[in-house]
Ligand binder design. Structure first.
Ligand code: AFD
Ligand code: MN
Ligand code: MN
Length: 430
């Protein structure tokens, strides 16, 4: 029988922290009341929020230089689900996982769905992988996949995506996320227009076979592994592709996939306007696709993204139903700690953005009260909503302090004993 964190353990941890929490919660409640905000409404919003965890995020990540495996790493999708279960148990905000294939291939997906349900987990978007060659694969993706110059290679990549959909249907998923690494490293290596057309042709074959209630999420990324040109490099190319494919195609925003200093929240606003926002891969970065923990580097930017999202939600923007997912690489931390912390930071940004009085903000904007409008955003951002997040967790039988509970549980040490290290796995990505 493998080790698990119990409800009793969480409850007894909370007992010791309860008096201080109640004090903080009451104080914040009084402060918000003076600002005309009912704290209960915010707790309800925090309780209703959910963000999916990527199955690949619970393994230790790395760079192209090295990977330093951590103790007790998950060896396969079954261990990954167990770890994702703990993240949900301790945050009460990550009730879905986003699997990646072929990394998470198994023989029985109905059984996998049951297994996930035992951890109160469901499945979010399925991710295809045509950026690596797999063992026994007929044609190589070295020079591309859906945009490859060779038709048979494009076809192979289409078939892999169709297989992902088939698996996703068994798992209860409703979307396919497609990120391709296709691009070039040398000017002249390929015809830039033809690559895009090849991509559109291949993607439309996947689109044509999407189940009725499914969406396809197209993920853009400016560079890496291609360093001169990438086929779906930015939100412009992404939007063009999504528009050409049809209403079930939407654009996924990975926060790390833009040029430095790009105004990501404005891109989000544009995609909302077009009814084409698929959702997010949350992470944080300083220089590029760093895949650092959400809110670790620039929490204000995360907040500004949520400002657009809450605004769209409040005004009931058309076709607005974003899928929230995390996409991070945890190279120097325990991935479970990083994902716990990130999920809470994302939920925090959502609650902070919910503090804004939208009518008052619009009035300030209409009268060109620049400082007044700016201060409304800033005041929301600097409000410490931690007691609201803690209360939301407590009401769902979660811990007041998830990191403290995780460390005290001894989960990692237990798993280190249960999971012998996998030999020979030194690749940078998980
Ligand atoms: C890429 C993308 C993407 C992909 C992942 C694989 O962000 O979402 O699935 O890395 O690890 O950079
Ligand atoms: Mn991503
Ligand atoms: Mn990425």
């Amino acid at each position: 029988m493998s080790f698990a964190i119990t409800a009793d353990f969480i409850a007894s941890g909370n007992t010791a922290l309860l008096a201080a929490h109640e004090d903080d919660y009451a104080a914040l409640g009084r402060q918000l009341e003076r600002r005309g905000i009912a704290i209960e409404k915010l707790v309800a919003r925090a309780m209703g929020y959910s963000v999916a965890v990527p199955t690949w995020g619970v393994g230790t990540g790395g760079t192209r230089f090295a990977r330093f495996p951590g103790p007790g790493e998950p060896r396969h999708i079954h261990d990954k689900l167990e770890d994702c279960g703990v993240i949900h148990q301790l945050t009460r905000v990550t009730d879905n996982v986003s699997p990646h294939f072929p990394w998470d291939f198994v023989s029985d997906y109905n059984a996998l769905r049951q297994e996930a349900a035992q951890f109160s987990l469901g499945f979010d978007a399925v991710n295809s992988n045509t950026f690596q060659d797999q063992k026994d694969q007929k044609l190589s993706y070295k020079y591309g996949s859906l945009a490859h110059a060779d038709k048979a290679t494009r076809q192979q990549a289409v078939e892999h995506n169709l297989k992902c959909i088939e698996i996703g249907q068994k798992l209860g998923s409703r979307a396919l996320t497609v990120w391709i690494a296709d691009g070039t490293n040398f000017p002249g290596q390929q015809n830039l227009s033809r690559m895009f057309e090849n991509y559109l042709d291949a993607a439309s074959q996947i689109y044509a076979l999407l189940p009725r209630d499914w969406l396809i999420f197209l993920e853009h990324k400016m560079y890496e592994p291609a360093f001169y040109s990438t086929v779906i490099s930015d939100w412009g190319s992404n939007l063009l592709a999504a528009q050409q494919l049809g209403p079930k195609a939407r654009c996924l925003v990975d926060l790390g996939h833009h040029a430095p200093n790009t105004n990501i929240e404005q891109i989000v606003a544009r995609l909302i306007h077009a009814g084409k926002l698929a959702g997010f891969h949350f992470n944080d970065s300083k220089y590029g696709d760093d895949d650092l923990d959400s809110g670790a580097i620039d929490p204000f930017r995360l907040f500004l993204v949520f400002n657009e999202l809450v605004d769209a939600e409040m005004r009931k923007a058309k076709d607005f139903a974003p899928a929230y997912m995390i996409d991070q690489s945890h190279n120097v931390t325990d991935p479970i700690e990083s994902l716990i912390s990130s999920a809470i930071e994302i939920q925090r940004a959502y609650v902070q953005a919910s503090l804004i009085d939208r009518e008052a903000l619009a009035a300030a904007q209409d009268s060109n009260d620049v400082m007044g409008a700016h201060k409304m955003l800033k005041q929301a951002f600097i409000t410490d909503v931690s007691p609201i997040l803690a209360e939301a967790r407590r009401r769902k039988q979660g811990p007041l302090d998830p990191l403290k509970a995780y460390r005290a549980s001894g989960y990692r040490a237990q798993k280190t004993a249960e999971r012998p290290p996998v030999a020979g796995n030194s690749s940078g990505i998980v």
